[in-house]
Design a protein. Structure first.
Length: 380
């Protein structure tokens, strides 16, 4: 009887949804194999229900280069199709929301933004930290940094030295044809056997297999997403030709694809980004499937503001996040951030999980949110 009562109380009901489009300038430009960005455009979702609020950050970018979704497609799909499926519905638990959105095909970043906000709303209603609702341990998270393509190898060495000084536990550099073996060779000769990895963001094809195998000499932790975003089969072929573990990012948009990739031998490590996977529930399924297969995961980043960064930290405290994540200090990206205090790295290269109240545990500076807002709509 008591259990039944607790279950009833522990539901989540979204009464109102607010969507905002924001622009924040980046402290430093960020360059990947797709090109260079100087600012970050993104959506924020604010949910209200039962006298509480919940916040979610959408990781879709202004352009459809990392993924087919953009700030405009996510705005459209959330306001026209996702909001009507969640508003006024009593969900027994936020983990039920993803399935309720199944009618909408794809659009995982749009779904994820709303679903993650609902987990925050739920955790705040329950007066518990988000990590607890997710099944994590709330301990500080091992952090690495992602360093974009630079104008010269000297500049790259300088950036790596700065980030090593800050304490980060591993260095990831972005690579593309023409900026790969030489860059890695230079870093190995300057910094020795540091934890080092590369991320190609799908810049190569199987025809480059012999070239990529030259990276094996440098004992990298992994090579992230060398081949096309939707190509798991070719990654399996490539992995057979490489000693370096392949990690998949773009290719893993569902738990089913994660399991198939592992079965095919397409990768030995998976990068989890809840935005890419439609939210926390599907991320936990990927996490659990990898744990069952003995495959480590780590938490990726999408140049999030402190709001999305906080969400990533909470999820990263689940036990199979066994490698440092791309969850660096806010000030590498935004200054000031939308939250205060901002997220910071400790000298040992870990980042504490925000604990300023239930849910995300961050103080959102609404005046800064307002100032960065380009457009806003309320639904419900
Ligand atoms: O591939 O991991 C990626 C940023 C934007 C889009 C894709 C990626 C990235 C990063 C940055 O690597 C990670 C971060 O937020 O620090
Ligand atoms: Mg990546």
């Amino acid at each position: 009887m008591l259990l039944f009562a607790v279950r009833l109380i522990a539901s989540v009901r979204i009464e109102r949804l607010e969507l905002r489009l924001l622009r924040l300038p980046l402290v430093r430009h960020f360059e990947t194999s797709f090109g260079r960005s100087y600012d970050r455009l993104f959506l924020l979702v604010k949910l209200e229900g039962g006298g509480h609020v919940g916040w979610g950050e959408c990781v879709a970018e202004h352009n459809p280069y990392y993924s087919s979704e953009t700030t405009e497609t996510t705005w459209h799909v959330i306001s026209e199709f996702i909001a009507p499926l969640v508003l006024g519905v009593d969900f027994p638990h936020p983990r039920e929301i993803f399935a309720a959105l199944a009618r909408v095909r794809g659009h995982f970043m749009a779904k994820g933004a709303v679903e993650m906000a609902a987990w925050d709303l739920f955790a705040r209603q329950q007066q518990q930290p988000l990590w607890q609702a997710l099944g994590g341990n709330g301990l500080p998270v091992a952090s690495g940094v992602s360093i974009g393509i630079q104008d010269s190898l000297d500049e790259l060495v300088e950036r790596v030295a700065i980030e090593r000084e800050a304490g980060y536990q591993r260095i990831k550099i972005k690579i593309k044809p023409g900026w790969d073996v030489d860059a890695v060779e230079r870093l190995r000769s300057r910094f020795g056997a540091i934890p080092l990895m590369v991320d190609a963001n799908a810049a190569y094809t199987l025809a480059d297999a012999a070239h990529l195998a030259r990276l094996d000499a440098f004992e990298l932790m992994m090579i992230e997403q060398p081949l096309d975003y939707d190509d798991i089969a070719d990654h399996a072929t490539l992995q057979r030709q490489l000693a370096t573990p392949v990690c998949l990012d773009e290719s893993i948009t569902s738990a089913r694809l994660a399991i198939q990739a592992l079965e095919l031998g397409a990768c030995r490590i998976i990068n989890i980004k809840p935005g890419r996977l439609g939210g926390f529930a599907e991320s936990i399924r990927v996490h659990d499937a990898c744990a069952a297969a003995g495959v480590p995961v780590w938490h990726g980043g999408m140049l999030e503001s402190g709001i999305g960064r906080a969400a990533n930290l909470h999820l990263s405290t689940l036990p199979n996040f066994r490698l440092p994540g791309d969850i660096a200090a806010s000030r590498r990206y935004f200054d000031p951030d939308l939250i205060d205090p901002a997220i910071d790295v400790l000298p040992d290269g870990t980042v504490p999980v925000p604990a300023d109240g239930p849910g995300l545990g961050v103080h959102i500076v609404e005046s800064r949110v307002d100032q960065a807002t380009l457009r806003r709509v309320e639904i419900g």
